[in-house]
Design a protein around this ligand. Structure first.
Ligand code: ADP
Length: 244
């Protein structure tokens, strides 16, 4: 018996977007299967953040459609999309403890106190912060705060997690540690992660597939080995560092 492929968690069909007459995205199409770790990589200004904001519902496309778990969500506002976003500036609630921060989403959705505390406890275990649940964010290091932000985003059990340069503010050592942690967490949960970075090395090290962006379009989408060994053109080869 052949196994059917995993369902598509996110699809973009022919997305175009302009700001003030300037075309920022054009003809952007993508399918991300459930459980995939996809990195969107490209130089600064290539349109990565705009593409992600369109998936998250923070920005409306001029053309094209956005699909989440088989549903056309192009007209669905951000708060009603089954997507959560982790930004570089994680903005935890300073007056709440770590566990309260993580339990916040479920609380807003009406999940009872015992159930949401249990959920938050499990997620803190996953991000290896079980012992600091009662601390306030300002009592934690930057790396720990970023892990709290991740647990908080996961508490809503989104179909898709968008991560926009989430490790950009961390120093190199912490960044490498968090890269491994993020990958472990994604694998353990079987979650769909779309990860934006301008750091191709980071993308190559973490992702199942890469979508390489240039001038508002995907230059190439594929697994790291294919992109490295068979870049579609000289620009991609140079960008991913396989040109010699
Ligand atoms: P990246 O994330 O790859 O750095 P962005 O999506 O942030 O790229 O930006 C792509 C282009 O769109 C840039 O030229 C940027 O100046 C422009 N841009 C992004 N958001 C806006 C906006 N809200 N208004 C005007 N221009 C914007």
């Amino acid at each position: 018996m052949t196994q059917s492929p995993p369902p598509i968690a996110v699809a973009l069909h022919g997305i175009a977007k302009s700001f003030g007459g300037e075309r920022v995205l054009s003809g952007l199409s993508l399918e991300v299967p459930r459980g995939e770790f996809l990195a969107i990589v490209g130089p600064s200004g290539s349109g990565k953040t705009t593409a992600m904001r369109i998936i998250g519902g923070f920005e409306a496309p001029d053309e094209g459609s956005v699909w989440i778990s088989g549903e056309n969500v192009t007209a669905v506002p951000a708060e009603r999309r089954d997507v959560n976003t982790v930004f570089q500036s994680y903005a935890l609630f300073p007056h709440m403890t770590v566990i309260e921060n993580v339990a916040y989403g479920p609380r807003m959705r009406g999940v009872g106190r015992a159930a949401r505390r249990k959920k938050a406890g499990e997620l803190l275990e996953l991000v290896r912060l079980s012992d600091v649940g009662n601390r306030k964010p300002n009592q934690l290091s930057g790396g720990m705060q970023q892990r709290v932000a991740l647990a908080r985003a996961l508490a809503n059990e989104p179909a898709v997690l968008l991560l926009d340069e989430p490790l950009g503010a961390l120093d190199r050592k912490l960044r490498e540690e968090m890269q491994r942690e993020l990958r472990r967490i994604q694998t353990e949960l079987g979650a769909t992660f779309i990860y934006i970075t301008h750091d191709q090395e980071e993308a190559f090290g973490m992702a199942d597939r890469l979508a390489v962006m240039r001038h508002g379009g995907f230059e190439q989408i594929g697994d790291p080995a294919t992109i490295y060994d068979r870049p579609v053109n000289a620009w991609t080869a140079l960008f991913v560092g396989s040109a010699n």
